[in-house]
Design a protein around this ligand. Structure first.
Ligand SMILES: [Zn+2]
Length: 391
């Protein structure tokens, strides 16, 4: 309940601008907050805020002169209008957390300037202990809840964040942060991470930049942290209010409907568990919207009852590509869930009992370089272990 309440509050705070009424301020100014809607141009938004053609043209000219690229306007961009004596005085256009334009009236013309919001990048240690769920663990540690999404991506081959996370599990990570006025705006790359879990054991991953520039995760011993298949066909994206009993997979071997059912709310992102080619993407009476992908080693995966398909037959897709949203379509569904099937050599097999191989280990001749590169992050991870909880 508590978590749901916070989520609702945050949503209200973020979305209130689109539905808020103009608020008169003490100085006799009228403020209107808007967000760019889907398919709404900037010009349209300006007209919709009550501006006339002369003003819109003037604003357009001022913004263009300040390197504002109208093609880069996106739904969600924030506009703040300040009117005085019935005339637009100030327009703030915020494109992201870090970039905004301000247009001010100067006599009978408008002048715009771009403002880069001050921020700094830091590498910090994140240390979470799960009491009830990852969301609360992040909040109690003074982090943003989306750190869970960031970490789930690092551990995607070993930990299913929907169903493997248990009370007492601990996550530590050395992470890049973008900070503004002491507040974390967003997380960047994870340099090192450790998961200590009741059901999954201890997993450690270190980011390594290969000589060719690609970056990938290895264990401390140089084994690849990546495997040919991910632990879960559901991408961790939403914040759940408790442990994932709903997401617990149920084996379902009835008739030709073999596979695993993940009871998940419609709209949960479904991702490709391995690289492959889409061999099926469309409607089937029993399975509803179905996507099937052919992988290496004569493996094939199928995802059924989808609400939305995001790929086409013949498309090559990489592991972790979001290919659909889960749903409740087709005759053989009994409620919102993802049916996940795995074939090997043409026959259905149990996906939960497969032991998928790891990707290639680190070449021996790179081991020395690897150790050097991860040394700093590794010692920061190790140091955090001595810090007593509650201190
Ligand atoms: Zn099923």
């Amino acid at each position: 309940m508590f978590v749901v309440a916070i989520a609702a509050l945050l949503l209200t705070a973020q979305d209130s601008s689109t539905i808020s009424h103009p608020t008169p301020s003490p100085q006799g100014a009228l403020v209107k907050n808007r967000r760019l809607d889907k398919n709404q141009t900037v010009a349209r938004a300006l007209y919709d805020a009550g501006l006339d053609e002369v003003t819109v043209t003037a604003l357009h000219g001022a913004l263009s002169a300040a390197e504002f690229n109208f093609k880069k306007a996106r739904p969600g961009d924030q506009l703040r209008f300040v009117f005085r004596h019935g005339q637009l005085d100030v327009l703030d256009y915020r494109r992201s957390l870090l970039t905004e334009w301000q247009v001010r009236r100067d006599g009978d013309r408008y002048v715009a300037r771009k403002r880069e919001i001050e921020r700094e990048q830091r590498i910090e240690l994140v240390d979470l202990t799960v009491e009830s769920n990852v969301w609360d663990a992040a909040i109690s540690a003074g982090e943003r809840p989306d750190i869970a999404v960031t970490l789930s991506d690092v551990f995607a081959w070993d930990v299913d964040f929907y169903r493997d996370v248990q009370k007492g599990d601990r996550m530590r990570a050395v992470v890049e942060k973008v900070i503004h006025k002491g507040r974390t705006l967003e997380y960047g790359r994870v340099l090192a991470a450790e998961y200590m879990g009741r059901s999954v054991g201890t997993k450690k991953s270190f980011r390594y930049k290969m000589p060719d520039g690609t970056e990938t995760f290895f264990t401390e011993d140089g084994l690849s942290a990546r495997k040919t298949f991910l632990k879960s066909p559901l991408k961790y994206a939403t914040v759940t209010s408790g442990f994932g009993s709903r997401f617990h997979p149920v084996l379902n071997y009835v008739g030709n409907h073999n596979g695993v059912d993940y009871h998940a709310p419609s709209g949960t992102p479904v991702w490709a568990v391995s690289d492959g080619t889409v061999v099926r993407a469309g409607w089937n009476d029993g399975g509803g919207n179905v996507v099937c992908i052919k992988h290496v080693m004569s493996f094939e995966t199928c995802y059924m009852h989808l609400s939305k398909i995001l790929v086409k037959v013949g498309q090559r897709i990489a592991q972790k590509t979001v290919l659909a949203e889960s749903g409740n379509t087709g005759k053989l569904t009994t409620g919102p869930h993802l049916h996940f099937g795995l074939k090997r050599g043409g026959g259905w097999v149990n996906p939960l009992s497969q032991n998928f191989p790891r990707a290639e280990p680190l070449p021996k001749q790179l081991m020395e370089d690897f150790k050097q590169q991860i040394a700093d992050a590794a010692s920061r991870l190790a140091a955090s272990r001595v810090v007593l909880k509650g201190n």
